[in-house]
Write a protein that binds this ligand. Structure first.
Ligand SMILES: Cc1ncc(COP(=O)(O)O)c(C=O)c1O
Ligand SMILES: N[C@@H](CCCC[NH3+])C(=O)O
Length: 458
């Protein structure tokens, strides 16, 4: 059982903002404030549940990644950070990332159009996806994206066709699978053989895609890409994948006399969800390890250093966001090992599917008032018709907790709103950003009326 109360915004020893709460969280008169705004003011103005992003925190993390890449690859060929928009994207968030010097990794028409709407230049956008539509490829080429990350031989042919019709040359990055198995859960590991992503190095599919790209009239091979999974703490896993993809680069040079200019190491850097989680390595630790692999490759192969890129998503927006809920029904369930208090809130698996999907652990704290009275072992659950609709399995919460109190769940900035659903016809919560006492609405709360407009008979 975890209690995050004493860990509010505690900075890590190296000064990096890797606590579980956003940097600008505090308690004023017992009440939780974020970005200088109280939880109850936010809910009064924007409703509950509500996703709240600490803009300063998100920017600081983006900046930390950009600085780490710049520092680690200064003596090589430099690098770029593509913020993985799938973690959370809105027009304002894309703009902040661009202002911090990042590019945007998109993987759908919606993400692509959000980045474009934010004014991000095409040269700072990448397009991913294992099943891109012709329309998505056309839009990407029209926008002049930095690269299209191609996931299969079939897609390579499609991009060649679209680029040919447009009279363009498409910049291609080939996503390869290195065979390195890593990730916080089976469903978020992506580089083993038996899954849908990428072109396998071991079966020869990756080399075949290289040959086809080099032979095509409207494709330019600008890079190789590897993404091994998500929520990865082990720097060694990234190093192993880096070694495999760099070996492929050397092999391509030997076979075809071509030096692939760029290598993208993907995302997947871990964060803390609860205070008992390990503290993840700092950005610079990850990038230094990648730079070590690149340096060794350059020395061994004699090739020019590649420009590198990485695609962190969770590690930029995850800890910057919290979700506020209003407590409703409270029930004590008597069990052999003692009673368990079930605290129901007004959201659940529709706004945070991660516990149900990946057995992810979260914690919670009483937000609307002083939380330090007697603590009771509690389970925070949602309002959906599923027994697996659990937000926090086990947490110590105030004995006096009652209907109308607000709870805050930290580390929900990534893959919360972006994976939200309308299960049980619940409108998806809005997203606001807070900074220095002011609040901006990033995504408006849905209403039930929004859901009815999809129904022609309504
Ligand atoms: C290709 C690719 N890049 C980047 C990411 C971002 O991962 P994360 O948010 O864990 O950093 C993902 C998601 O796992 C991905 O599939
Ligand atoms: N959505 C997942 C990560 C994988 C997404 C990108 N490949 C999560 O919440 O952890």
């Amino acid at each position: 059982m975890t209690s995050p109360l004493e860990h509010l915004a505690a900075p890590e020893p190296d000064g990096s903002p890797s606590g579980i709460w956003p940097m600008n969280v505090d308690r004023v008169g017992g009440e939780l404030t974020i970005g200088g705004v109280s939880a109850s003011d936010l809910v009064a103005q924007f409703g509950s549940p509500l996703y709240v992003i600490d803009e300063g925190d998100m920017r600081a993390r983006a900046h930390a990644w950009k600085s780490a890449i710049d520092e680690s690859f200064a003596d090589l060929a430099g690098g770029d950070v593509f913020y993985a928009g799938k973690a959370f994207l809105s027009v304002a968030a894309a703009r902040w990332m661009a202002e911090e010097g990042l590019s945007i990794d998109t993987c759908s028409e919606g993400e692509l159009r959000t980045a474009i709407a934010a004014g991000v230049p095409g040269s700072k956008i990448g397009l991913h996806g294992n099943n891109k539509s012709r329309a998505e490829i056309e839009l990407a080429l029209q926008a002049g994206v930095a690269h299209v990350v191609v996931d299969s031989l079939a897609e390579l042919a499609l991009v060649e066709q679209v680029a040919g019709q447009r009279g363009q040359t498409a910049p291609i990055v080939l996503r390869v699978t290195t065979g390195v198995h890593a990730g916080g859960h089976e469903y978020i590991s992506t580089a083993h053989e038996d899954q849908k992503f990428g072109l396998s190095i071991s079966t020869g599919a990756a080399l075949r895609a290289v040959e086809e790209t080099l032979a095509a009239s409207h494709l330019e091979l600008v890079g190789l890409h590897s993404h091994i999974g998500s929520q990865i703490l082990a720097v060694e896993a990234f190093q192993a994948a880096a070694n495999a993809i760099l070996a492929l680069r050397a092999e391509i040079s030997a076979l075809h006399g071509v030096t692939v200019p760029e290598i993208d190491f993907g995302g997947g850097y871990a964060i803390r969800y609860t205070v008992i989680d390990d503290v993840p390595p700092a950005p610079l630790t990850y990038t230094a390890a990648l730079a070590g692999a690149v340096t060794a490759h350059v020395v061994e192969s004699g090739l020019a250093a590649p420009r590198v890129s990485i695609e962190p998503g969770r590690s930029i927006v995850g800890p910057a966001g919290i979700t506020l809920y209003t407590v409703g029904t409270i029930k004590n369930v008597e069990l052999e090992e003692g009673s368990r208090r079930y605290v129901s809130v007004d959201g659940g698996m529709s706004d945070n599917i991660r516990p149900a999907l990946y057995e992810a652990d979260y914690t919670a704290a009483l937000a609307s008032r002083e939380p330090f009275d007697e603590q009771v072992r509690s389970r925070v659950v949602g309002k959906h018709c599923e027994s697996g609709d659990i937000l926090v399995k086990d947490v110590a919460l105030s004995a006096s907790l009652g209907p109308g109190d607000l709870l805050a769940v930290p580390a929900t900035g990534a893959y919360g709103r972006s994976m939200a659903s309308n299960y049980n016809m619940l409108p998806r919560p809005g997203v606001v950003a807070v900074s220095d006492g002011s609040v901006k609405q990033l995504i408006r709360r849905e209403t039930v009326e929004d859901l009815l407009t999809f129904d022609e008979d309504a």
